[in-house]
Every structure is written in structure tokens, then in C-alpha cells.
Design a protein around this ligand. Sequence first.
Ligand code: NG1
Ligand code: ZN
Length: 535
Amino acid sequence: MSIYELISQESAKYPKPNITFSYGTAGFRDIGTVLVSTVFRMGLLAALRSKKCHGEAIGVMITASHNKEEDNGIKLVDPKGDMLHSSWETYCTLLANAQSEVDLISVLKSIANDENIDLDAQCNVLYACDTRPTSPLLVEVLERGLSLLCTNSTNFGVVTTPQLHYFVLCINTQNTTPYGIPTIEGYNTKIGNAYRAIVDSARTDLHIVTPIFVDCANGVGAKQMQLLSNYIGMKYIKALTYNDDTTTLNKLNVDCGADYVKTNQKPPPSLEIYPTRRCCSFDGDADRLVYYFIDNDNKFKLLDGDKIASLIALHFRDLLQSAGITKLNLGVVQTAYANGSSTKYMRNTLKLPVSITNTGVKYLHHVAQNYDIGVYFEANGHGSVLFSKEATETIKNTEPQSPAQKEALHKLCNFHDVINEAVGDAMSGLLLVEAILLSRQWTLENWDQMYSDMPNKLLKVKVANRNIFQTTNAEQTLVSPDGLQEIIDSIVCNYPNGRSFVRPSGTEDAVRVYAEASTANDTNELAYKVAKAVY
Ligand code: NG1
Ligand code: ZN
């Protein structure tokens, strides 16, 4: 039997449901059980992608991140540990939507032909999943797909999304400049040792490790954070995990997690919070991180992705200055959802360049590569820092002219190692934030005072067809439906410092409306008026 006949025979066991799938902002997402055919087919596609990339490892992550527990998802990771190249997203969508086995084989043949892929070439696929109840089934089906075309594959089990991205990057750099060791222990050792070194150089004898309460969204981050903080040791970090129940059904992302906190602008009800208690939340697959506390007036204060980016940008700017490095350009990448105050702060106070790009980490990651040190964050807490080759070498090879410069260079090296450059990572982000706060001797209140957020509102509007909403200008201006942008502009101009934009979601069947204005009342009014214009 030919390979295509074998694929056809096996695929018939996983019939495609009557649904149109689309490889969106973060891969395919749907009710877990509905994704069986898609996952089988992605096993085939991951093998093809690896063969196309000369046998370099490709990652496959089964997760639906912050979405509800019955959902699941699948996304592919490219050889550098980043998101799948956009040119292949079309192949994913085509393959997932092939109606019959005949169509499936024809799509496979055309991919192999267009991309000049030798089906017998070597390949390597690494895969993992989060804690969702449908994950074991989907992993099994993925393995069926892989078994047909893939010569080499490894199951990394239940790990966070950023850990899988890290493993892919490690394996593909093994024979050049190894990024790290592709195991959980290797991950913990790399980022944990770098964190300990920063703490050692920053703290005084009087320093007390203040606990950080970590809401793990009842997801995969719970166990992994416990392993990481055990490795680092109580002398260096007191990370107290809660919402860490991954065995009871219907708990994942329910009334907890980074998305809950950011969307509702309040702490998870399960957390006892009082002034001085330091808290943060991960999302269900631990690639998002937000911090928060309540002040002495019992007011909830959120330190979201924008504030994390601002903190990192400030600290790296200072470290570069102390290290006497002037030739590296440090910049920040945000999306239109970034709070206007954060952009202003980084441009006007820190005097750093800020680029605004489309929603979705793949866009931010890409633009961040234009800087020597590129800090990128979505407001929801997903982000990382990228270092160019030039930056890495300059930090390593600069000859210090003073003890202070030597210390700054040493710190830069360790900060570099704490960061997971493959993708946004809640655990690595937590260590980075903790290390910066400790270095600056800052409390969460000090950090919060960098700037005050503009009042803001995010609404989700159900529309008959979200595909008619098309945008330009980093998604801030609508080009379709005709005339709608003019209506929005005429509403916005009535509000001092008003800003509002509309775009279709890439992960949900809805249109999102964002608004910002000088007062909370104005912001609400503006958001609802724009939403009404959309509806
Ligand atoms: P969509 O649904 O395209 O707005 C959401 C988030 C993104 C990103 C993706 C992937 C907002 C407004 N949008 O995308 O930032 O994180 O999910 O998870 O937060
Ligand atoms: Zn996530």
C-alpha cells in the first residue's frame, strides 16, 4: 500500500465534522472533541513542516490556553521556538477543512509539491499538552497522524506552552550555540540559576524574601511552578501557588487566571487579598502573567502586560547605561490594546522607540526582532524580550572600565538567561519581574507609580459575520464595512483624550471594541456608543 493509501485509510477513522476550521491568532481552537480530525491532520502537517525545514524539530502544542475547560486547541511551533510561519497557516486551514479523504490526499500532495518536500526525508516533531480532559485523546490521535509520516518524535507530556517552545529551540541549537538543555530540569536550571545569581548580586544581608502568591488558573503552570520554585529554593523565592487543582473537573480557568483578572479588573474570589500581599496570575497554559495588589484604600491595582513591559524597558535602559553600552538600540513593541499611558511613558519619559503592531504574539515577536533588545508585551500579559546576535555578543564581550560597569554587564548576562526568548512565558516572566523589583528595591506600589493607566474598556460584540470587519493601521482603523470608521471617528472626537477601535477577534466568533478616555464614565459611554454603531 502506498503512503497516501495508508493515510487515507487511517484518516477515515477520524471524519471531519461539519465545521469550517481556521488557523487563527493562536492555532485551531474549538470544543476539544470536535478537533479530532484536525489534530490527526496536524500530525501529518507537522511532519511535512519538519521535512521542509531539513529535519529540524517542529513543536506541536495541544492547549486552549485561557479558554474554557471543554475547549482545546492545537498550534505548531517553528524551529526557532517561535510561532509557525504565516505562509504555512494556509496549509493548516486547507488540510483541516478537506472534506473527504480524496480531498485530504490532494491537499497533501499539493503541499509536498509546492514546497518541494521529499516524503522520505528525516523529520523530528516534539509535542506536549496541557491539563484539559480532552488532551490525552487528542495526543493519541496526534500520534496516529505522526506515525504515518514522521521518522522521529518525542512526547514531552504535560508541560506549559512556553516550555515546549523552549525545548524546540534547545534541540535545534544543540549542534551550534545550545540555548539550553531540552528537559524540564534543564529549563529550571537555566532560568533558576540566572535568577539566583541576580538575587545574590542584588540583596543585602537584611533582605527578606517576600512571598508572591501565584494563581495558577488550576492549570499546567501549577505543578511546573512548584518544581521551578523548589529548584530555586525558599532562600531565593517564596512562590506560594494557589488555584493549583488540576485533577477536579470544571476548575480550569474558572473564576481565576490572568484572563479573568485582566478582563474583570479584580482578583480571583478564591484569593484572600489585603494590602501588602503580592499576587500574580498565570493563564491555563502559563504563557500569560499579570501582577496585582490592593492599596491601603482597598483599591485594586492591576500591573498588566503594559506595566511589565514598562518595568523591563526601564530596567534594561538603566543597565545598558550603567554598563556603558550605547550602541544597542532598545525598543518596545505593543498592540493597539496597550494602555495609552504606557506608550506615552515609554516614548516621552524613557525616550524609547515604541512600535505598535497587530494583535497576536507572532506579530509582536517579529517586530521585536528589529531591535537589538526588543521588549514585546500584549496588555493581557503575554510577552518576552529578544536579544539580537549583536546584543548578545556586545554584552558578553564588552571590557568593563569600572567595577560598576562590570557588575552591570554581569547582571545583563543573567537577565538574558532568565528570559525565555522563544515565546512569552509566565514562569520566566515572574522571575524576571521579581529580579527587577529586588534589584530596584521596589514594592508593587513603587512599580505601579511608574504611570497611571487611562480608564479603559474592552467589549465583545456578537455580530452576524465578523469577517466583514477589515482593518488597517495596526488594526486601529476599519476599512470595511464602508463608512463605519467615519462614524466611530465622529463619536470619539467628543471625548477628551478619547481613543477607540474595532477589530474582529482571531480566537472567538465576535468583534472587539476597545475604548479609552480621560474618565471612567466617558470611557464606558464611548465604548457602548461605538459598540452600538458596530451592532
Ligand atoms: P483575539 O481573540 O484575536 O483578540 C486574543 C487576545 C490576543 C491574543 C490571542 C491569543 C486580546 C484583546 N486579544 O486574541 O491578545 O493573546 O487571544 O491568545 O486580549
Ligand atoms: Zn495562554
